[in-house]
Design a binder for this molecule. Sequence first.
Ligand SMILES: Cc1ncc(C[n+]2csc(CCOP(=O)(O)OP(=O)(O)O)c2C)c(N)n1
Length: 567
Amino acid sequence: MDAQTLPRIAAEDFLDVLAAHGIDHLFVNPGTDFAPIVEAFARAGRTNRPAPRPMVVPHEHAAVAMAHGYTLVTGRPQAVMLHVNVGLANSINALIDASRDRVPLLLTSGRTPITEEGPHGARSVHIHWAQEMFDQAGMLREFVKWDYEMRRGDQIAEVVDRALELAQASPTGPVYLALPREVLGEEIETRANAPRKPRARPEPPRAATDDIERAAEWITAARHPLIITGQLGRNPSEAVLLTRLAESFALPVVPFNPSHFAISGAHPMFQGGEPGSLLTEADLILVLESDVPWIPSLANPAADARIIQVGEDPLYQRYPMRSFRSDLTITSSLMAFLNALEPALAERTAPHTTELDARRNRLAARSSHLRFGWATEIEAARRAETINLAWLIHCLHAIIEPDTLVVNEYSFRQEYCPLDRPGSLFSVGPAGGLGWGFPAALGIKLASPQKQVVALLGDGAYMFANPTACHFIAESQELPTLTVIYNNALYGAVRRATLDMYPTGVAAQADGRLLAELPSLAFERIVEAHGGHGERVDHPAALPAALQRAAAAVRGGQQALVNVICN
Ligand SMILES: Cc1ncc(C[n+]2csc(CCOP(=O)(O)OP(=O)(O)O)c2C)c(N)n1
C-alpha cells in the first residue's frame, strides 16, 4: 500500500491539526476505538508528515497527569486519547486535578461505534454494545470547559481548533472531545488550505486602571499589609515581580499552600507558609491567585481589614461555594496586575521612607526569628531516633541542584529547604486528587530532560499513582526521576481529621488510626523491578548519604526511589 495515494481518512486530519497547534505529544491508552488513529500514525510515519509523538501510558490517570506536568513547564497544552468510556473513567481523578489547577489540555477518547453494521468501522466486537452511554461526556462535564462529539470527518480540524482555543482562553482548563470510530475512519478530501493559520487568541484579562490606583492607595495607606499567594509563580516571572515588589515596599509574603515558587524561603520578606499573627493583625490583605487564602474555621482577618483579591477568575466561578471577603475584586492576570501595581506604588511612596524602613526591619526580624525556630526543629530532628518531615525536607536541600525541579505531593516546605529559583516548584493542585505527583514528575521531566526532577510523595500518594505504570514509563521512555517517599505507613491526613473532629471520641483511644493504617511496604524493591535504584532508610543519620546515592543514580540515567521510613 502506498500511504501517499490511499484515500485520506479523518484521523490523519486529526494528527495534522494537533501538529499544527504545536502539540508535541499524544499520550494514549488505546482500545478497539483506536484503529483509525493507529493507521493515521503509521501513514504519517511513512510520509514524514508532522504529527505529535504518540506515547503509550499504561494507565489513563498517569497519561493525563503526565500531560498536566508537561504543560506546567512549557505552558503548551498537550493531547490525550483514551479508550471510550472505560478508559476515560480511569482518568477522571487526574482530570479533576487538571481542571482545578486550570491546566489547558485536550482530552479525547473514542466512542463506541454508532452503527451496529454497515459503514466501515461499525461495531465488530462484543464490547461495542455495552460500552455505549447515553451521555459519555456527562461523567466529566463538570471538569471541562467544553465538550463535543465529532460528527463529521471533514470537520475535525475546525473542531480541534475550537477545542484548543477554548482550553487556552482565560481561565485556562481542560476540554473534552469524543471521537467515534466511524468518523475517525471516514474518507475525506485532502484539504486545499492546509496547514491553516490559527485564529488570533484573546489576551488574558488586565486590571482596570482605576482598580490599580485604588489598590495602590490602599496598600500605601496600610500599616500592616500582608500578601497571600496561591497559584502565583506558574509563570516564573510572576515570582520575580512579586519579590521585587515585596522588597521595595516592605510587604510580607505568605505563600499559603502554594502551587509554585512565589518567593525564596531565604528572603527576609518570606514569612513562612502559615500567616499566624500576620493574618489577624493585617489591616490590608492582598490575595494573589488563591482559592483558599485562609481557613475561616481556624482564623480570620480583622473585621476592618481591607481585602483585595486578584486573579484571572477571582470569583472561582466553577466552585459551588466560596465566601472569602473582598473589598476590591480584580479580574486580571498576575503579570498585568503586578506590572501595573509597581509604578502605581512607586508614585505614592519612596522605597526608603522612615515608615517603610521600620517595617522592613520589623519583618526581617520576624523572619529571622521564624528561621531560628525552623533551624532548631531541624537540629532536634538530626538527633532523633526516627526520621520526621522537617529532617527529610532539610536533607533534600543537599541534593538540590541549581536547576532542580521539585514536585510536591506531600508537605514540601521552604521553611526547611529554601529554594531560590522561580519556576522550581510544582505542587499538587487545589483539588488534591492523589496519585498526581509521580506521573506529573514524569511529564515535567519529559519537558525538561536536562534537569533533575525530585518528587516528594506520601506513601499513600505513591500507591494512588499506579506506581508500576509510572516506573514502567520512567524506564521505557528514559525519564529518570528521583522519587522520595515519606513512608509513615499511614493515611496521616485521615487520622488527623478523625482526631480533629473527635479528639475525645472512641476512635481517638486507638490514636485515630482506624481506617488510616497502611502496610509499610518495600517500595524500594518496586523501583528495582523496573531497572531503577532503590534505597530504604529508617535512621536520620543515614538519610543524607542515601539521597546522594539516589541522586547519583539519576545523574547516571537510572530512575531512583528512596523509601524513607518515618515516625
Ligand atoms: C484519589 C484520592 N483518594 C483519597 C483521598 C483522600 N486522602 C487525602 S489525604 C489521604 C492520605 C494520603 O496518604 P499519604 O500520601 O501517605 O500522606 P499522609 O496523609 O500520610 O501524610 C487520603 C487518602 C484523596 N485526596 N485523593
